[in-house]
Write a protein that binds this ligand. Structure first.
Ligand code: KIV
Ligand code: ZN
Length: 514
């Protein structure tokens, strides 16, 4: 029997720390459920002490996810730990992850603490976290630049205090594989009580080495990897979950452990995270990029036709590709629709919600004959965001676009119960429509990102638009999908403006002291 490699996903916490990747509570729950379907072992849902919004999001994920352990991050401070404990109260299985910096530069410049004091804080934090759960993880932040002797001392002390997982973060992405792997082996060998805890790693990608460093650590005894979908995360991101998992699965000759993930869910998760955050996946991204399994050269195509193994080391289906098949159409009935939506993980909360979503599906099927899973996912996004922020709705949109003429757009929206109509010219139909909406909602927000993705193939495919708006330091993403990209753009803009009007403020105190 091989060891189990625990997959700890931090898309909802470290991933969300990517500038512009903030997610609403309901979006976090959707991603949490998708991670649970993929059988991720631990889901780090957020940092409850960071804000009321973060607290509520962790609480909502803890209540919604039943099969994975839900984790909350906290500094080594009583108030953070209590907040995490409270947020995780409803979880079937919970973990508190507490951290304090251990590198000389962080201790001196950021914490202004002596090493002995740092050990005291760490031990106290772990003991307090154990009051809430017997599943406690400790991270010496910036371990990649910490002194090994000091790491041994603090880790030994926190194991004695009750930590069950020791996570070694390469916070600034400074490590290289051979050295990082050796550090993990040394820590396991040198710490006298190391057999009482699981060693984990958390690598950032500043030098493009996050996955390589994580795998080197696994070869040297780490049995948990912290990672994110699509490698999302602070600055250059974290180790990408899909790459770590598929490397371990594909190279079982090298790794003496295996994960229990359902890898066929990888692509769905990747698309969901990309659509919610507005961070596109580059076409040549390993595993989940559009070209990851595409063979362009004639020699490769010929080989693959003769035997796929000539050029393919993994099967595309094993990570969820080729799920892009027609599933439903205009003649599909309510039962077929409901059962496919359920398979995709969507739970209808009422008959009314099912009726409304089925009506939208029929409208879409009238415009587009073949409805793929990706179309249904976009429908779920639309229904979820409507339920969350119903106060602004697109009622009508008319554009005039003609060669040699200035494009113009007239848009009618409903804000609460009032219908408003506005018109504007613009450099194109999309620009004119967004300006017309802005003339009505007056958000004064700055457009930071506008991106269009085709959800499936063909000119009748739905375009999925992501709009990122910034208002007084607050950043939100809005999504919209439609077979007409001007309408998709208007929906995305309205979705983003609606989010700006909700009070959820985000900040991340781990960037501050302690
Ligand atoms: O990168 C890091 O050090 C972190 C810790 C909180 C684990 O994200
Ligand atoms: Zn991190």
């Amino acid at each position: 029997m091989k060891d189990k490699l625990i997959i700890f996903d931090t898309t909802l916490r470290d991933g969300e720390q990517s500038p512009g990747a903030s997610m609403t509570r309901d979006e976090k729950v959707r991603i949490g459920k998708a991670l649970e379907r993929m059988k991720v072992d631990v889901i780090e849902a957020g940092f409850p002490a960071a804000s009321v919004g973060d607290f509520e999001a962790v609480q909502a994920v803890a209540n919604a996810v039943k099969d994975s352990t839900v984790c909350g991050l906290s500094r080594a401070l009583d108030k953070d730990i209590d907040r995490a404990g409270e947020a995780l109260n409803g979880a079937n299985s919970s973990r508190i992850h507490t951290f304090i910096a251990t590198s000389p530069i962080h201790m001196q410049m950021k914490l202004k603490m002596q090493p002995e004091q740092v050990i005291e804080y760490a031990v106290k934090a772990v003991k307090r976290a154990r009051r809430y759960t017997d599943n406690v993880e400790f991270s010496p932040e910036d371990a990649g630049r910490s002194e090994e002797d000091f790491l041994c001392r603090i880790l030994e002390a926190v194991i004695d205090a009750g930590a069950t997982t020791l996570n070694i973060p390469d916070t600034v992405g400074y490590s290289v594989p051979q050295q990082f792997g050796a550090t993990i082996a040394n820590l396991i060998n040198r710490i006298p009580n190391s057999d009482k805890a699981i060693f984990s790693v958390h690598c950032h990608n500043d030098l493009g080495l996050a996955v390589a460093n994580s795998l080197a650590a696994v070869i040297n005894g780490a049995r948990q990897v912290e990672c994110t979908i699509n490698g999302l995360g602070e600055r250059a991101g974290n180790a990408s979950l899909e790459e770590v998992v598929m490397a371990v699965r594909t190279r079982q000759d090298v790794f003496s452990c295996q994960t229990s993930l359902d890898t066929r869910e990888i692509l769905t998760c990747s698309k969901l995270v990309s659509s919610i955050t507005g961070f596109p996946v580059q076409p040549n991204k390993a595993i989940v990029g559009a070209n990851a399994f595409a063979h362009e050269s004639g020699i490769h195509q010929d080989g693959v036709l003769k035997n796929p193994e000539t050029y393919e080391i993994m099967k595309a289906e094993d990570v969820g590709w080729s799920a892009n098949r027609m599933v439903l159409g205009k003649h599909s009935g309510r039962n077929a629709f409901k059962s496919r939506m359920t398979e995709l993980g969507h739970v209808f909360n009422s008959e009314e919600e099912l009726n409304d979503t089925f009506y939208r599906f029929k409208q879409l099927a009238d415009k587009k004959h073949e409805i793929f899973d990706e179309d249904l996912q976009a429908l779920i996004s639309e229904v979820s965001s409507d339920a969350e922020e119903e106060h602004i709705k697109l009622i009508a949109l008319k554009v005039c676009s003609e060669t040699g003429e200035i494009p113009s757009s007239t848009v009618t929206i409903r804000i609460h119960d009032e219908e408003l109509t506005g018109s504007s010219e613009g450099s194109g139909a999309v620009d004119a429509s967004l300006k017309a909406i802005e003339s009505l909602v007056k958000s004064n927000a700055t457009l930071e990102l506008y991106s269009v993705n085709s959800i499936t193939n063909g000119t009748d495919a739905q375009g999925e638009v992501t709009v990122r708006l910034e208002q007084k330091g607050r950043i939100v993403n809005g999504q919209g999908a439609d077979t007409d990209i001007v309408i998709a753009s208007a929906k995305a803009y309205i979705n983003a403006v609606s989010k700006l009007q909700t009070p959820e403020q985000r900040k991340h105190p781990q960037k501050g002291d302690v």
